[in-house]
Design a protein around this ligand. Sequence first.
Ligand SMILES: [Zn+2]
Length: 388
Amino acid sequence: MSPVLSPLQIMERLVAFPTVSRDTNLPLVDWVQAYLDSHGIVSHRWVDPDQPHKAAVFAHVGPMVEGAVVLSGHTDVVPVDGQPWDSDPFTVVERDGKYFGRGTCDMKGFDALAIWALVEAHRRGVARPLQLALSFDEEIGCTGAPPMIVEMQKHLPKGSAAIIGEPSMMGAVTGHKGGVGYRTHMVGFEVHSSLMHTGVSAIMQGARLIDWANQRNIENMAKAPGEIQALFNPPFTTCHVGMISGGTAHNITAKDCEFMMDFRVVPGEQAADWEAAYLAKVKEVEAEMQAVHPDARIEITQSFDVPALVPEEAGEAEALVRALTGDNATHVVSYGTEAGQFQAAGYSAVICGPGDIAQAHQPNEFVTVAQFNAGHAFMTRLVDRLAD
Ligand SMILES: [Zn+2]
């Protein structure tokens, strides 16, 4: 049996794997599986058949019965390209009471704590099972978790309470908005811009869709939010275009224009309704484009779809985290996580992890030593509770 590593030692190992979402995470998964195996824990990997350089890993300790607490994290991190780091992003450096390194906050710090807790629960023996679930591709639209959750249920007794360790300063976050995004490709018809009435400018037609989003934001802002919606900042659904490209010259009607149309949907509204509204506007604009030239069109592909985490009535995961942290305040966030996906699959779900989301994705990303230690204390209390 290999030595038991501390949470910090595990985090150092995990951060050293440069698992940027576009790259492989298999060396990290290999390491996690070997470490668990060295402590007698059976783990499972699920390799994505469409991108065999990426895998999820999950494991179960304790009695082989349903009702486990699930510790859920993602293994991928955002890129460091172009960011001014003061130290190697893939080496954990302690300075001024902080652990610096890519993923220390989002969210290899939590992953390390979860791996530590799994080994601890296995060593001590627990009456209630504990599961570990580490996904991939979270940072590019939470696309790795849904197939992982399906696979977990094939191999393991189903867990009941999922703790998703995104940075929440160890508070219990019980709700987040859903997110849905559409890659929008406007295909116009090129003519000299002096004759623009005979062409179709993909850019100018795309601007109509973007302005439709502006109008929806103005309307949404003016609506009176419902009770749960009022918890969010902002308390309404937002429509956003964060990337756009198109055109070849100032005097040619653009043949192509591409952008991403994203909706962050408050609980109480349905992403499907926003999709329907957007597609109706797309259809209207497309018909007018085609009236000028039949080759003009609009191609829409959904690029992500992350369900909302809806605050639960007497949720089991929330009650557990409140008991372990003593946090009784209400917190909701406006970013999407895998918590909504666990909830959609029938788990009670809550977000609780060390660190501040403000440090996620930043150069010199860090988690404070105090937060990391609070996470360690949380895991110790969790294992105590499972052991009783
Ligand atoms: Zn994250």
